[in-house]
Design a protein around this ligand. Sequence first.
Ligand code: ATP
Ligand code: MG
Length: 272
Amino acid sequence: MTILETHGLTKRFGDLTALDGLTLGVEAGEAFGLLGPNGAGKTTAIRMLTTLLPPTSGDARVAGLDVRREAAAVRRAIGYVPQALSVDGSLTACENLLIFAKLYDLPRAERAGRIQAALALVGLSDFAGKLVREFSGGMIRRLEIAQSTLHRPRLLFLDEPTVGLDPLARTAVWEHVERLRGELGTTLFLTTHSMEEADSLCSRLAILHRGKLAAVGTPAELKASLGRPAGTEVTLDDVFLHYAGDPLGAPLPEGGSFRETSRERRTARRLG
Ligand SMILES: Nc1ncnc2c1ncn2[C@@H]1O[C@H](COP(=O)(O)OP(=O)(O)OP(=O)(O)O)[C@@H](O)[C@H]1O
Ligand SMILES: [Mg+2]
């Protein structure tokens, strides 16, 4: 069953076409990865799919619902872990989750149970009463995943879930995200700059290059698509460079990394 589909999805910011005619389908139960260099349009695509940004043109259906005309219903069907921070450092893990339990309108009698289950799923049961500003980056990410899945969404969007995490914390996030898919059947739609993560976590990948879809397929299909001689070892790094690597001397896309960095700094300050 197709749980997400886009047809010619496009976003323009003034003269810049951040996402240019994206046509894509994702099946229920997949872990779908969106790859691309800084500024390629990944976050822009996710913001439209999560109804936070209106498309300039084209269509998208998420969980069978139109992101434009049925935005409220789409929001109930999905979870979203944004690229920037989405928890409050001055509250405990449990308090952060309670805010979202109310936001999602979970029945009062179910809230405590759902919060406990969500904390257990991401391995944070022992930290329920601890202030989040004392958490490590990996624990914060796991809490954000718990927070965005309290209402058991059919589809979870994760924008760079493991950026800035050490290898151990990253592996822990992968494990917990895999459990979501295995135990609750949640479809995953994620962006990442880690080719290792894309290779081990994703059933299929799409590569964006300057707003355009450059390639889509399973990791194995994408590797095979380079047509290297049999016996040559091809990695996803090779695939990424092939489809999204600019020739030497090409100008870097405007803005992207500075904008993200300054946003991350701001959120870091907020955590204090
Ligand atoms: N609100 C906005 N106003 C103007 N330009 C924007 C806006 N949001 C994004 N852009 C531009 O659109 C392009 C795509 O940005 P986007 O954030 O989608 O990239 P990305 O693939 O998520 O990059 P990164 O890997 O750095 O997160 C960039 O050139 C960015 O500067
Ligand atoms: Mg982004």
